[in-house]
Ligand binder design. Structure first.
Ligand SMILES: Nc1ncnc2c1ncn2[C@@H]1O[C@H](COP(=O)(O)OP(=O)(O)O)[C@@H](O)[C@H]1O
Ligand SMILES: CC(C)(COP(=O)(O)O)[C@@H](O)C(=O)NCCC(=O)O
Ligand SMILES: [K+]
Length: 252
C-alpha cells in the first residue's frame, strides 16, 4: 500500500494511493503541541500495511533523518521529494533551486500538469501563504511568502501581552469588537494581498490563467476573494501521486 504524505509546519496531510493511480480523500492531523514526528509515527501505526511513502515536507533535517530511520525500521520505501532545478515539466525559478520549499515545488508540478500547460498561479494558504507563478511552458517565475491567517493573528496577540483575542465569526470591515477586528483585519489584509499580488503577476503572464487556492485556509478565504480562484485543497496529493507514478512506472 502507498501513502502520499505532506508534512507542513502545522499539520500532517495524507491520502492512500491505489494501484490504479487514484488517491483517497485527503485527511489531516494538526500537530498541536507535539512534534511533527509523533504525528508521522501515529500515521504509520494507523496504516500497518504501508510499503511505500511519497513524502513532501518543509521541516528540519532532523525530522527528515528521523522519518528515514522509522521507515527503515518498518521496511517502508521512502521517497522524499526535493526541489530541483528541473523536473516533471517544471523549471525552478529560484537562484538556488534547492531553497524553494518542496511543498511549493510539488504544487507547481501538480498545477502545471493539471492545467494542461495553461499559465497558473498557486496560492497555498497554510501556516505561511505562498504565491507562485508558472508559465505555460513550465517556467516557474518565482513567488512570494507571507504570514498565514492564523499566524498573523497569533503574532499580533503574542506581542500584546495576552490582552487581545481573535474571532473568526462574522467577518466585517466594520468590525464591532476586538476579536472580530483582529480576525477581520487579518482576513481582509490577506484577501487584499492575494488579489493584489495575483493581479500584478497576471500583468507579466500569458492568458488564460488558472488561479488555484490550496491549504488549510483555502475554503475559508475563497468566498471573500474577488475573481476566479479554484479551491483545490488536495492539489499536493495530486502532485505526489504523479511523482509516485513517475518513480514506479517502468513504461511511463
Ligand atoms: N482543524 C484545523 N487545525 C489546524 N489548523 C487549521 C484547521 N483547519 C484550518 N486550519 C488552518 O489551516 C492552517 C494550516 O493549513 P495547512 O495547509 O495544513 O498548513 P501547513 O501546510 O503549513 O501545515 C492553519 O494555520 C489554520 O489557519
Ligand atoms: C514557505 C514555507 C515556510 C511554507 O510552509 P507551510 O506554510 O506550507 O508550512 C515553506 O515552503 C518553506 O519552508 N520554504 C522554504 C523557503 C522558500 O520556499 O523560499
Ligand atoms: K503554505
Amino acid at each position: 500500500m502507498v501513502l502520499l504524505v505532506d508534512a507542513g509546519n502545522s499539520r500532517l496531510k495524507w491520502s492512500e494511493l491505489d494501484a490504479a493511480g487514484s488517491f483517497s480523500a485527503q485527511q489531516a492531523l494538526a500537530y498541536g503541541n507535539r512534534p511533527a514526528l509523533a504525528s508521522f509515527i501515529d500515521l504509520l501505526d494507523a496504516y500497518p500495511a504501508v510499503g511505500r511513502i511519497t513524502l513532501v515536507h518543509v521541516l528540519t533535517q532532523l525530522f527528515a533523518d528521523s522519518v528515514q530511520e522509522v521507515c527503515d525500521q518498518r521496511g517502508i520505501h521512502l521517497h522524499s521529494v526535493r526541489s530541483v532545478e528541473q523536473a516533471y515539466g517544471i523549471t525552478n525559478g529560484y537562484q538556488n533551486p534547492a531553497a524553494l520549499g518542496a511543498d511549493r515545488f510539488v504544487g507547481l508540478v501538480a498545477v502545471h500538469r493539471q492545467a494542461g500547460g495553461q499559465a497558473s498561479i498557486v496560492i497555498d494558504c497554510g501556516t505561511a501563504i505562498t504565491v507562485d507563478a508558472v508559465e505555460s511552458d513550465g517556467r516557474h517565475l518565482g513567488g512570494l511568502i507571507l504570514p498565514g491567517l492564523q499566524l498573523s493573528a497569533d503574532a499580533l496577540i503574542a506581542r500584546a501581552q495576552g490582552r487581545l483575542s481573535v474571532s473568526r465569526e462574522q467577518p466585517s470591515i466594520f468590525a464591532d469588537s476586538t476579536g472580530r477586528a483582529i480576525g477581520s483585519g487579518c482576513l481582509f489584509g490577506i484577501v487584499g494581498a492575494i488579489e493584489g499580488v495575483c493581479a500584478r503577476m497576471q500583468q507579466s503572464m500569458s492568458s488564460p490563467l488558472l488561479q488555484v487556492l490550496i491549504g488549510g485556509d483555502a475554503e475559508y478565504l475563497r468566498p471573500w476573494l474577488q475573481g476566479n480562484y479554484l479551491v483545490q485543497p488536495d492539489l499536493l496529493m495530486y502532485g505526489l501521486s504523479y511523482i509516485t507514478e513517475q518513480a514506479t512506472c517502468t513504461s511511463c
